[in-house]
Design a protein around this ligand. Structure first.
Ligand code: SAM
Length: 252
C-alpha cells in the first residue's frame, strides 16, 4: 500500500524521524508499519508472534512499532482461542502482553512505547468488554500497566545498564498452571539482570534482583545498608493481580 493510500483510509501519517540531530546522535529512524508487517509475515516469525508464551526482546525498541504489531497478532489469537469467556480473555491477554520486552536509550521513546503498547492492549480489551457488555476491571488494567512498566526499560543495551547506571533488570512472568488450560492463570515473577539473561543463568523462582549489590559500584556504607535489608521473593500470583507486586521475606 502506498503512503498516499494509507492516508486516504484514515491511518495517521507515520513519523519516521524526530530530528536530524537524533538520527545522527542515536540512529533514531523508526521502521514504517508496512515494513514491520512484511517482516513479521515471514512464516517462522508470524508463527512465533501468534504463540502465547513465545517471548520477544527488542533492543533499541524506539516507539515500539514491532512490539505493538506482535501484541496485536497475539491478541487476535487470544480473541479467537479464549474469547468465549471474558475472564479467560483477560487472563490470556495479560499473559500475551507479559511476553514482550524492550530496552530503549531515550526516555521520551520509552514513554511513547509504553503508551502505544497500553493503547493496543486496551483497544483489544475494549472490544471484548463491548462484546460482553461489561465494565473494565481495574485489576486487569493495573496489571497491564505494571507489566508494561517492568518490561519496557530505559537503558543502554550495549552497556547493559539502565538510566541509573545499574544493570538493567527484567521480570520473567512464568505461567505455572497452563497445562490445564485454566480460566485464571497463576504466574511466578522472577527478576533477572540483562547480563544474567545473556549468560543463561537460571535464578531461583521469585528472586528479587538487587543490581546495586551485584555491581559493587556503591560506596561501602551504602552497600552495608543494602546488605541488611531482608531478602525478599515474589509470591506466585494470579496474573490479574500482579499489580500488587506481593513479596515475602525469605527465612534465614
Ligand atoms: C533505528 S531506531 C529503531 C527503532 C525501532 N526499533 C523501530 O524499528 O522503529 C534505533 C533506536 O535505538 C535507540 N538506541 C540507540 N542506541 C541505543 C542503545 N545503546 N541502547 C538502547 N537503545 C538505543 C534509539 O534511541 C532509537 O530509538
Amino acid at each position: 500500500m502506498s503512503h498516499q493510500e494509507e492516508k486516504s483510509i484514515g491511518i495517521p501519517e507515520e513519523k519516521l524521524i524526530n530530528s536530524r540531530k537524533r538520527v545522527r546522535k542515536h540512529g533514531e529512524v523508526f521502521t514504517p508499519r508496512r515494513i514491520v508487517r512484511k517482516m513479521l509475515d515471514m512464516p517462522a516469525i508470524n508463527e512465533a508472534s501468534q504463540a502465547l508464551t513465545t517471548t520477544f526482546l527488542e533492543p533499541g525498541v524506539g516507539e515500539g512499532v514491532f512490539l505493538v504489531e506482535i501484541l496485536n497478532r497475539k491478541l487476535h489469537m487470544v480473541e479467537r482461542q479464549y474469547g468465549e469467556s471474558l475472564v479467560q480473555y483477560e487472563n490470556y491477554s495479560l499473559l500475551a502482553l507479559s511476553t514482550l520486552y524492550g530496552i530503549e536509550l531515550l526516555e521520551d521513546n520509552v514513554k511513547v512505547c509504553a503508551m502505544n503498547l497500553y493503547q493496543a492492549f486496551y483497544d483489544a480489551y475494549y472490544r471484548q468488554l463491548t462484546k460482553f457488555d461489561r465494565k473494565r476491571k481495574p485489576s486487569v488494567v493495573d496489571s497491564a500497566r505494571l507489566i508494561i512498566a517492568k518490561n519496557i526499560v530505559q537503558g543502554d543495551f550495549l552497556k547493559k545498564t539502565s538510566a541509573d547506571g545499574y544493570p538493567v533488570v527484567f521480570s520473567e512472568w512464568k505461567a505455572t498452571n497452563l497445562e490445564r488450560e485454566p480460566r485464571t492463570i497463576m504466574v511466578q515473577r522472577t527478576e533477572y539482570t540483562l547480563p544474567e539473561i545473556e549468560a543463561g543463568i537460571i535464578n531461583i523462582d521469585g528472586s528479587v534482583s538487587n543490581p546495586k549489590l551485584k555491581t559493587g559500584q556503591l560506596p561501602l556504607p551504602f552497600l552495608h545498608e543494602d546488605c541488611h535489608q531482608p531478602e525478599m521473593r515474589y509470591l506466585p500470583a494470579k496474573i490479574t493481580l500482579v499489580y500488587r507486586e506481593e513479596q515475602e521475606q525469605i527465612d534465614g
